[in-house]
Design a protein around this ligand. Structure first.
Ligand SMILES: [Zn+2]
Length: 272
């Protein structure tokens, strides 16, 4: 599933293709919205925005909300390029004078009035977004003080979009490692310094992973590992998918766990 950095990169591509542009052609295959094509045609896209793992395309009088869940995918092509032939079904395609943006396989798509956004069950419970530059360390530390988080373990909480929006599976393992925190720790067990460290690392790694796609290790280390012959996949993370391999910091073997059925890897020495 794409995480915050990937969603924001996708949003950038769509923003470049759509923002300020007029929709000249549209295809909708969603049964409940078949009649809505006219609402799009000839209208200008005001703004494209990612919130957590949701994408919002704002028009003057309505907003198209989509959440990709596991299988949804956006593609952006020049208008005269044939759509990709693949095993996904087209939900909606928006064409401007130059580009066509297509959303495939997503099931969670809504056309909403702007005022409905704040009451939407997913958007309403989103925590601060770790990828956008406006979010600060102190905001995250403050958010972490909420009573409802105190007894929860970091390993489950970090995937909860109501905690830090945008953190997904690889970032969860990586942020815990660079914060030096064991996945079983609860929020209430963290010292003030540990809370600050966790917040700083959540912001730092998400933003680096946005700027340098999917790389969470220090860039100098990454280059060094690549020059030693490691693949991009082997070199890009501190612990994620590196189980049974030596920790870059202490040499101990990285451990693999699957809380809630999703991979979490950590160093038993560096994280406590
Ligand atoms: Zn270690």
């Amino acid at each position: 599933m794409p995480e915050g950095p990937e969603i924001h990169r996708a949003a950038n591509k769509i923003r470049k293709a759509l923002e300020g542009k007029v929709i000249e052609d549209i295809e909708i295959t969603l049964p409940r919205y078949l009649e809505r094509s006219q609402d799009f045609l000839g209208k200008t896209v005001q703004r494209v925005e990612a919130r957590g793992k949701a994408m919002l395309i704002h028009f003057d009088t309505f907003v198209m909300y989509s959440h990709n869940q596991l299988y949804g995918r956006w593609t952006v092509n020049r208008k005269d390029t044939e759509p990709k032939k693949w095993n996904r079904s087209l939900r909606i395609s928006l064409t401007t004078d130059k580009h066509t943006c297509r959303l495939w396989s997503a099931t969670d798509i809504l056309l909403m009035e702007p005022w409905e956004l704040s009451g939407h069950p997913y958007l309403e419970k989103l925590g601060p977004d770790v990828v956008i530059p406006e979010t600060t360390t102190s905001q995250l530390v403050e958010h972490m003080k909420n009573k409802k988080f105190q007894r929860r373990r970091l390993k489950t909480l970090l995937l909860d979009q109501g905690f830090f929006a945008g953190i997904g599976n690889y970032l969860r393992s990586e942020v815990l490692f660079t914060s030096g925190l064991h996945p079983d720790r609860t929020v209430s067990s963290l010292s003030d310094e540990e809370k600050t460290k966790l917040s700083e690392q959540a912001l730092f790694l998400s933003r680096q992973s946005y700027d340098v796609p999917g790389i969470t290790v220090e860039l100098e280390l990454y280059d060094q590992l690549r020059s030693l012959g490691m693949s991009r996949g082997q070199a890009r993370h501190w612990v994620f998918t590196r189980n049974e391999r030596p920790c870059h910091q202490c040499g101990e073997l990285i451990l693999h766990t699957r809380p809630g059925g999703r991979r979490l890897d950590y160093c038993p020495v560096c994280q406590h």
